[in-house]
Design a protein around this ligand. Sequence first.
Ligand code: SF4
Ligand code: SF4
Length: 412
Amino acid sequence: MPKVFNWQLGRRMSYPYEAAFPKRQFAFVFNLNRCIGCQTCTMACKSTWTFSKGQEYMWWNNVETKPYGGYPQFWDVKILKMLEEASGETQRWENGVYQGKTIFEAAERRVGPQPQRVLGYLPTDEEWRFPNIYEDTPVGEPGKPMEFHKEGVSLPEHKTWFFYLARLCNHCTYPGCLAACPRQAIYKRPEDGIVLIDQERCRGYRKCVEACPYKKAMYRASTRVSEKCIACYPRVEGKDPETGGVPMETRCMASCIGQIRLQGLVRLDQDGGWAEDRYNPIYYLVKVAKVALPLYPQFGTAPNGYYIPPRWVPRGYLKQMFGPGVDAAIESYRAPSRELLAVLQLFRRTNRIIFRYEIQEGPKVYETVIHGKPFSLYNDTVIGYGEGGQELVRTQVEEPFHVRPNSHQNSI
Ligand code: SF4
Ligand code: SF4
């Protein structure tokens, strides 16, 4: 297999195709500390793209309750176990470099009835049946501290915990679905890195369903071809009538009630890394503040969805899910720098894609101590600009306070 560089793993890895990168890449950051599991994103997607016959169990966007929930059920537990069994070694990191095997490398060593280009499995019908099984089910016995809470947790320590994990296709840099397709029906668009299935070429072999470690390629029995999230590409292209001709965020992003989502386009360099774009908010959150991390980077697909980890969850669990950057990300999030706090205000202030931000400094409005460190709050103004340099949004760290006049006391 050819070797490609995967910056999330800090090393080169095997991939069935030579590396080829788009000009820009669709990417998003979700702040899991804020998700309320309302499923508005899920329904916004479903009512736009998957409301037809044969798509009843197709949830391109889903929000599952971790650790027990999953759609399809057990998807991550199963693939993590397969990865360990097939590679014969644990998934470990040393100095930010992944030492275990990816799903592409483990497939080379796998012994099974049929060879696989990408390590994976086909979920059963039963596993696809429940979009949020174990909703709101916490782990742990009430009132009893759990063993693994003793290490690494230093903030209101939660004896029981769960969190909501919102997911969609990660439009991976090295997609497992694309690598496994024997018809070469899956492609990555050169202009924005969105991964699509050519419905004419697909013959419904479901190799993509088997190979996607995130289980975001789905089979439609009524048409006998596979389908997946299309990243609302007409909106990203600025062709949706609502966009006014400028790149716009997807439906699931735009509808997010908890304001956990920010989506953008990042520029790529020659080896698939992100070209420096210091004031692109997605670039800043992932590469500069390092507060947002990829989901299961050890799979090796280089997913382009990034998550600010939930700070109340045991670190061991989070490190398995988001890699070695978890401690630093939580440290940075719970006492944010002046710049990070300002950039976090951009989440859901506009439905247009922000390509650049600028901060205008304001006065200090508050002082406190967070986890033993002094913290100052400044009422800075952050401005988001569109692709053409036009101002899209202007907001402040302190939200303006509006008092409703008495004459409307009884109105809603
Ligand atoms: S998340 Fe799955 S379906 Fe989406 S690009 Fe990656 S491998 Fe393909
Ligand atoms: S709309 Fe936002 S807050 Fe609600 S479930 Fe989806 S990601 Fe979470």
